[in-house]
Design a protein around this ligand. Structure first.
Ligand code: SF4
Ligand code: SF4
Length: 487
């Protein structure tokens, strides 16, 4: 039996082109001008994908409806420049945590890719999830892939108009829901849905929701696999993360070739591929996996399910197409599981997690900015008294009313030469900034040196209440140094 070499993780170009040109019937590679009518497929991986996509979409829509302490638990409040995550409030200066988080997510993805290839694309990517939902709606309204292809070619009739209008109406409603779902992370979600569907939203709210709705409609309804093929950067560079042990959807050419049709009970010299073309018909990106690993493959597993169905019909062993590695296909043992790449990604991921934990544990709940009066360096009151004025910008970064005591300490810890003239106990509303004018006073006779200026440290300490100025437990305080000027 003639055998072809097993596919390697190279692009289509590395395939034995002469052999391919003889054997491959039709490869409907997606281009902007071709429309792929994907054949519906059932099977283990399709069930897995449906469950993971349903879970993903449910999480996406439900998260903005989770409330915590009377407000939306997860909210990027753009107008107030705050990010709420349950009891954590991040302000713009804390956003490094978010940067670490996104970098950690990227390294986690790279790490998984080393072992499981593009499993993210097939089972968790929002583009795939929304595309499959849109394809499901299309199949429900217009019928299976044969019906849809026929409908495309059919002249316009009442039935065709009805089907097209129904399909696009459902797509638009789902796109609008998606727009609300997305913007619901940036403004209170409960009111948002009501406002949008009662057409009473503000101009910018409506604009943003419709903008994301149009993007969803175009991406999932029209662009589909074009996004994966031509826009997604991950599809282009994921191959550099692969090694010979990476499990990815692959065709066992050694077993399958030479391919060819035959009757079910017929004994033949041919390989196990019966050339039914089902693996191509079910492929959402329109490729033929028998050509070897291609960047267009999103690892959705539809061709695995389709081929296993055929193998079962013919009484052959399953997994002619399967999630497997190059080494496994060549019958070679696995090389070490911990490659340099995976160790590198794991280390980077670990560093990001440590940075996130460190940043979160050092988050301050008070923000302080001391600004000296720029007009007057000092003010002399009477013969012995000197005053300096400051503006303290104190922000309560928590979501509860908080009380603070302002205190100072100067150069000489033995002798406190300066006093706060104004009231030092203050209350600040949740998430508000207080611009607090404060005056310090010192006696010329108490000066500890001849210098015309001295360092003064302002400290803001959170206290129990205005009547009980005991510091809170755990302690919550912040300090900043400034200068006090003498004549
Ligand atoms: S080749 Fe198979 S796994 Fe890859 S996208 Fe097509 S159907 Fe999905
Ligand atoms: S589904 Fe399997 S048997 Fe059918 S053409 Fe594809 S690889 Fe060959």
């Amino acid at each position: 039996m003639p055998k072809s070499s097993s596919p390697t993780p190279s692009a289509t170009s590395s395939v034995d082109k002469a052999a391919v040109s003889q054997r491959i019937p039709v490869v409907q590679i997606a281009t902007p001008s071709t429309k792929i009518h994907v054949r519906e497929q059932k099977g283990v991986f399709q069930r897995l994908r449906q469950h993971s996509n349903t879970l993903l979409i449910a999480i996406f829509f439900l998260i903005p409806f989770i409330n915590y302490q009377g407000r939306q638990a997860i909210l990027f409040d753009v107008t107030e420049q705050q990010f709420f995550f349950f009891n954590i409030t991040l302000w713009p200066q804390d956003f490094t945590v978010l940067a670490w988080f996104f970098m950690a997510a990227a390294f986690a993805l790279f790490f998984v890719t080393v072992y499981w290839g593009r499993v993210w694309c097939g089972f968790l990517c929002p583009q795939t999830a929304w595309t499959f939902i849109y394809m499901w709606v299309e199949a429900k309204v217009e019928g299976n892939h044969h019906h849809r292809a026929a409908l495309d070619k059919a002249p316009w009739s009442l039935s065709k108009v009805r089907k097209r209008v129904t399909k696009h109406a459902v797509w638009i409603v789902f796109a609008l829901l998606t727009g609300c779902g997305f913007i619901g992370y940036f403004m209170p979600a409960r009111e948002l849905y009501v406002d949008i569907f009662s057409m009473s939203s503000g101009f910018w709210t409506g604009t943003w929701v419709w903008f994301f709705a149009v993007c969803t409609y175009l991406n999932a309804g029209w662009m589909r696999e074009m996004m994966c093929l031509h826009c997604c950067p991950y599809s282009r560079f994921q191959a550099v993360m692969f090694d010979a042990n990476t499990k990815t959807v692959s065709y066992d050419a050694t077993r399958g070739e030479s391919r060819g049709p035959r009757k079910r009970s017929q004994t033949t010299e041919l390989g196990d591929c019966v050339d039914c073309n089902l693996c191509v018909d079910v492929c959402p990106t329109g490729i033929d996996i028998r050509n070897g690993l291609q960047y267009e493959c999103i690892n959705c597993g539809a061709c695995v399910d389709a081929c296993n169905q055929t193998m079962e019909k013919f009484g052959y062993a399953p997994n002619l197409i399967s999630f497997t590695s190059e080494n496994a296909l060549k019958g070679q043992p696995k090389t070490s599981l911990l490659s340099l790449k995976s160790l590198g990604y794991a280390s980077a991921l670990l560093i990001m997690i440590v940075l996130i934990i460190s940043d979160l544990s050092h988050l301050s709940h008070i923000q302080l900015n001391v600004i000296r009066d720029r007009q007057t360096l000092y003010r002399q009151v009477g013969i012995d008294q000197v005053e300096n004025s400051y503006q303290l910008k104190i922000r309560n970064k928590t979501q509860q009313m908080a009380f603070y005591q302002i205190s100072i300490s100067n150069d000489d810890p033995q002798k406190q030469t300066l006093q706060i003239v104004t009231d030092s106990l203050i209350a600040i509303k949740p998430a508000e900034q207080l611009d607090y004018p404060l005056t310090l006073s010192g006696r010329l006779s108490d000066r500890t040196s001849d210098s015309t200026q001295q360092t003064v440290q302002f400290k803001v300490t959170q206290i129990q209440s205005l009547d009980n100025p005991t510091p809170t437990e755990p302690a919550n305080e912040i300090s900043q140094t400034s200068r006090f000027f003498w004549p």
